[in-house]
Design a protein around this ligand. Structure first.
Ligand code: EPU
Length: 418
């Protein structure tokens, strides 16, 4: 099994370019299936999660060509409406394919969608949302069978905010020649970018970026092209990595406007930075103050995906911080790994951890639990004295393109081996 060996402590320096957003690409691939022609997606990150979803789409009969950051997707030859459990289990985003499959075939079957081990990951919101649009859903135990001769426009209120459920219903609604109103919808930048693409295909959409989205779709959607927005979670992770290692790093081709909540925390902590329209520079050196409390929240609040990296930075700050993870109930268990490395973190309950800093960290042999906790372990390893070996780096490579070479270019002592 491939692993990373990282020698710390390491001070990094230089520039790093942010990749296209994983979570934007994962919504755009299903959206491209609505079009009657070939859509071209660029700045598509070359990562496992994207490859898995493209592979599922190809198995459904679409023509897919993915090379050098560009994915060409032509769904005219779609021939199957079934996503088998072994495939859906590898990609939670596969559930966003249901809308296009229902439009094309009037039916769709999918095994339970997988995803990171960060909580229960139920799909009740998707099922209720598709039912509101007129689909019937049968749970056979092995798979979910959706049928709908024709989906219809509807008003659907999400009982709580869900990013991919919002995106799945937007994609489905874009193919319905009636109006759909989504209330309590997610407002993430990836949702706005998806709406822009669906508009290019021919749907009318208002309100993306607010909690009420109005979509009037069409049965005739034409293909289009679009570039993925910069990955705000990768940019935020690099910023935290730079602050954690007391490094001066210029993060290029990002959108600092998508990182306001993180930058606010940096200000409270005394982490100095400069920003421009599409760059963010973390300035080296300083004594970090504990911000006292950090609460994850839907956008524009502090992203749950940045919580594990930030917790590593908090181990280096003076004082105590309560980290309150409100979105997922399984996204704090990695703190045991940090404690093994020397951190002083009390897991109060599955949603709250109390970090007492500053604590020196020591290299250890550890496992990467999921994408975000995995990259947090890389940051911890760069701070730690001695060698850290991280197993299960498959979990890191699902979300970050060529991370080893990019960190090496900043001066990190990181090696990958089998
Ligand atoms: N939820 C339900 N039922 C549903 C759907 C969601 O109970 O049917 C719950 C979840 O269990 C969670 C909350 O709703 O407690 C919010 O989850 P959400 O549905 O927003 O998460 P998601 O759409 O599955 C996306 C990202 C995640 C990111 C979350 C939160 C994609 C492909 N994934 O997941 O990204 O953490 O939003 O922002 O966009 C990652 O990139 O590492 C990652 C896990």
């Amino acid at each position: 099994m491939p692993k990373f060996s990282i020698q710390g402590p390491s001070q990094l320096q230089g520039e790093i370019t942010v990749a296209g957003a994983k979570n934007h690409a994962l919504a755009m691939i299903p959206a491209a299936l609505l079009a009657d022609g070939e859509s071209i997606l660029s700045r598509v990150p070359d990562i496992r999660d994207v490859k898995v979803l493209l592979n599922i789409v190809e198995n459904l009969g679409a023509k897919v060509h993915h090379e050098a950051g560009q994915a060409r997707i032509d769904a005219r030859a779609l021939s199957s409406s079934t996503i088998v459990p072994t495939q859906s289990g590898q990609a939670r985003a596969s559930i966003m394919l249901i809308g296009p499959l229902l439009h094309r075939f009037g039916k769709a079957t999918i095994g339970h969608p997988g995803g990171c081990a960060i909580g229960r990951r139920p799909i009740d919101q998707f099922l209720a949302g598709f039912q509101a649009l007129g689909a019937e859903v049968q749970d056979t135990g092995e798979a979910y069978e959706f049928t709908a001769k024709q989906l219809k426009g509807a008003t659907y209120f999400f009982p709580f905010v869900s990013v991919t459920a919002t995106e799945a219903l937007m994609i489905a609604a874009a193919g319905i020649p009636e109006t759909t109103l989504l209330k309590n919808a997610a407002a993430e930048p990836e949702v706005i970018a998806l709406a822009e693409f669906l508009k290019q295909l021919g749907a009318q959409i208002e309100g993306a970026g607010t909690h009420t989205i109005c979509i009037t779709g069409s049965r005739q959607l034409q293909s289009s092209s679009a570039a993925m927005i910069p990955d705000r979670l990768e940019a935020g992770m690099f910023a935290i990595l730079a602050a954690s290692t007391q490094s001066r790093v210029l993060i290029k081709e990002c959108n600092p406007e998508h990182l306001e909540s993180l930058l606010k925390i940096f200000e409270l902590m005394g982490v100095n930075y400069k920003r421009g329209a599409d760059w963010l520079e973390i300035l080296a050196g300083g004594v970090w103050r504990a911000p006292g409390k950090v609460v994850t929240h839907e956008y524009p609040g502090f992203a749950t995906d940045l919580q594990p990296p930030l917790t590593v930075l908090l181990t280096q700050a003076q004082g105590a911080t309560l980290v309150h993870e409100t979105i997922f109930e399984g996204r704090l268990f990695y703190v045991d790994l940090l404690n093994r490395m020397g951190a002083n973190i009390l897991l109060c309950d599955p949603h709250r951890a109390l970090v007492q800093g500053p604590t020196p960290l020591r290299g250890k042999r550890i496992e990467s639990p999921d994408i975000r906790a995995g990259i947090a372990m890389v940051i911890a390893a760069l701070i730690a004295e001695g060698e850290t070996v991280i197993d299960n780096i498959y979990q890191i490579e699902r979300g970050f393109e060529n991370i080893e070479a990019r960190l090496k270019a900043l001066g990190a002592k990181i090696a990958k081996s089998e």
